[in-house]
Write a protein that binds this ligand. Structure first.
Ligand code: ATP
Ligand code: MG
Length: 420
């Protein structure tokens, strides 16, 4: 161990477990790549004002959880706490909304930073795969995203997750509801922090998980009763499309998300094996965000899925991903001459597209065979002086235990044929 440790609330991904994370990222993004979403990558930090827009509602993410810094040049930056604002900023900056047909569909994968109280499933550095569909108001787009996330979780083998669905209304009906809710909440017996939230983001109070708060929320006005006709019709259409696709969801009129910009469709994927950090992903429509950051009106919808919590969900369900071994051939030289010859063969195999590795460090046969086993390689290639004198190597099938001499010149073709 060195004198240093990973910072509080963070952890490293190391082999062999890191392979699982890669596979989860791959599985979460695969349905997007297959559905017209293009890859986008943005910086890990942004102008702090992109997130703390200073207008409208405030959220915990912005007021408490953001890592901010002042650069030597005096710029105020924030490590990105989420992806949507950055992606929209980048899409506007690149004029993607003017280049082709709308919606602009984008996907991303990366690290996010929030100053949270660390606990299982809640970290200060975590990883998300996200999708944004920018510039179209179409219930089929909301449905598409929910269907694709459902597909992603299912291809991983997850079963014990649920989809919670709600509509938060739009700029017509939401404010009317907000007023009614604030009026109701002000009458309750709540702590200082929560009272502040009534002014800043009253809908978020509904999401308070504490029983003493929940108890008082019985009888609170519900948004559903305030939705305007346009929002109602839109939401009905999203629900119908999900049902037609065979995607099961639960209407959750209390569902609000931790970000301020959501309108209409909002949803969350929760996993029942994760305790209190149960959200594995979430998202929704954000029709006003583009204008909030100085862009044109671009109604949009998106989601972000948590990679860390998805891995925890797999563990909770006892799912072992079938990860193909990354090495097909492991070469074990016996002696100096063999070392040179086999190292060249490994290079040749790799250039031919065969995943190959080599017993480095000049340890004896026993240690080298241990490495070969640990690599998970299907074949080992062993050669000593006698073999080389005969112009052959010993090719061993680690599954069957069978071993045969193969002419040095024929090795690559022989291995390729056996792996095919
Ligand atoms: P929560 O209610 O659990 O705080 P959130 O509403 O803050 O979640 P989002 O901002 O919607 O979460 O982020 C999408 C997903 O990213 C979450 O569903 C979760 O899986 C993951 N996520 C969010 N914050 C963290 C964190 N601190 N550590 C690990 N994963 C996280
Ligand atoms: Mg949060």
């Amino acid at each position: 161990m060195s004198t240093f440790k990973a910072p509080k609330g963070t952890y490293d991904l190391t082999p062999p477990d890191s392979a699982k994370y890669l596979a989860v990222r791959e599985a979460l993004s695969a349905p997007l790549k297959n559905s017209g979403y293009g890859y986008i990558e943005t910086p890990g930090f942004e102008d702090v004002a992109l997130f703390s827009r200073g207008v409208g509602e405030s959220t915990d993410i912005v007021s408490k959880e953001m890592y901010t810094l002042t650069t030597k040049g005096g710029s105020e930056l924030a490590l990105r706490p989420e992806g949507t604002a950055s992606v929209l900023r980048a899409a506007l900056e690149a004029n993607l909304h003017k280049l082709g047909n709308l919606p602009v569909k984008l996907w991303y994968s990366g690290s996010y930073y929030r100053y949270e109280r660390p606990q299982k499933g809640r970290y200060r550095h975590f990883s998300q795969v996200g999708a944004e569909a920018i510039g179209a108001e179409d219930p089929a787009l909301d449905a598409e995203l929910i269907i694709l996330a459902d597909q992603a979780y299912r291809t991983l083998g997850l079963q014990n997750f649920r989809i919670l669905l709600n509509s938060l209304g739009d700029k017509e009906c939401r404010p009317v509801y907000r007023d009614a809710l604030q009026e109701f909440l002000r009458e309750l017996d709540l702590d200082e922090d929560t009272r502040r939230r009534i002014d800043l983001n009253p809908l978020r109070v509904l999401d308070d998980k504490r029983p003493e708060v929940q108890k008082q929320l019985v009888g609170a006005p519900v948004l559903r009763d305030y939705l305007c006709d346009a929002c109602k019709a839109y939401h009905e259409e999203v629900r119908d499309l999900l049902t037609a696709a065979g995607v099961v969801y639960e209407d959750d009129e209390k569902l609000v998300r931790g970000l301020d910009y959501y309108t209409r469709t909002t949803f969350e994927f929760v996993h029942d094996g994760l305790g209190s950090q149960s959200a594995v992903g979430g998202g929704g429509r954000y029709d006003g965000l583009s204008e909030m950051i100085g862009g044109p009106a671009l109604p949009s919808v998106g989601w972000a899925l948590g990679v860390d919590r998805t891995v925890l969900a797999l563990e909770a369900e006892g799912i072992e991903l079938e990860l193909p071994s990354s090495t097909s051939v492991f070469a074990v030289p016996l002696g100096e001459e063999a070392r040179r010859v086999l190292f060249a063969k490994v290079t040749e195999l790799r250039r031919a597209g065969v995943a190959a590795d080599f017993a480095f460090g000049g340890r004896g046969l026993k240690g080298a065979m241990k490495s070969a086993n640990r690599s998970g390689a299907r074949f080992t290639v062993v050669a000593g002086e006698r073999d080389l004198a005969d112009g052959v190597v010993q090719l061993k099938d680690m599954e069957s235990g069978e071993q045969q001499a193969v002419a040095l010149d024929a090795l690559v073709a022989e291995v390729q044929q056996k792996l095919a």
